[in-house]
Each structure stands twice: as C-alpha cells, then as structure tokens.
Ligand binder design. Structure first.
Ligand SMILES: [Zn+2]
Length: 138
C-alpha cells in the first residue's frame, strides 16, 4: 500500500467536510463527507441516521448523491469526518461506501495512517479494497 502525501487541495477538502459537520452535526448526523469529482467540483454531505430505523445513509452516499445529481460521475478523492472525544477526525469509509465508490472510479481516499491518529495520508481505493464483490480487481 502506498501512503501518499496530502496536497493543499486535499487538506481543503478535509476542512470543508469538517466545517460541514460543525454546522450540521446532530442526533441524526454524526459523520460528514467530502468528494472531489473529476473536473474539479466538490460535493459534501452528512450521514442520515434517524433513531428507531435501520435505513440510515452514510455521509459518503449523501456527498456522492449530490455529485451524481449535479452531473459528475467520477470520484477522484473522498474523505469522511466524525467527532470523537471532542475532536474532529478522519475515518475510513465503511465497506458499503467502498463498494459504491468502486463503481465510480478508483479514488484517492484520505485516511489516518494506521496506528497514527491525526496523521493524514491518502491511499487508492484499490489499496483498501483490492477485490470487489464480483471478484474483479480494481
Ligand atoms: Zn459508509
């Protein structure tokens, strides 16, 4: 797995997702996501997890839904942010979100370096999920 250095643009995407969570965090939204699409547009979204239902939606789904609704189809970079012990931190996408993103490119995914909380890096989705559910390599 190659751990790549974040660009200024990557850091701005993380900041945008963090700002969104600061504004929209609630009892039904505890994660935000930012997606940079091919062509340069950015999209953001929060998770929707109402209590008493199992039909919640991840923040990545929300951001990617906005992206596709706006006419973009390829994810170049994605990030998800939550608040943990009072601090905002980047978290990796769940398996469902990895599958969704797999259908829209092989994006860079911004994550914390394993075992190094707060130290951000980016990896290719294919590093997080080398083989998809149809046994296709990325
Ligand atoms: Zn997810």
């Amino acid at each position: 797995m190659r751990f790549l250095r974040l660009t200024e643009r990557d850091r701005a995407l993380v900041a945008g997702a963090t700002d969104l969570l600061r504004k929209r965090e609630s009892e039904i939204s505890s994660v935000s996501a930012g997606v940079a699409a091919r062509g340069g547009n950015w999209y953001f979204g929060v998770c929707v997890d109402p209590p008493d239902t199992t039909a919640g939606m991840c923040a990545e789904y929300s951001a990617i839904g906005a992206m596709v609704s706006s006419g973009d189809r390829i994810v170049e970079t994605m990030v998800a942010v939550t608040r943990d012990d009072g601090a905002y931190r980047v978290i990796p996408p769940c398996g469902k979100c990895r599958e969704l993103a797999r259908g829209l490119g092989n994006p860079y995914v911004i994550v914390e370096r394993p075992g190094k909380r707060g130290s951000l890096t980016k990896v290719r989705l294919s590093d997080l999920m080398p083989i998809d559910w149809k046994n296709r390599p990325l």
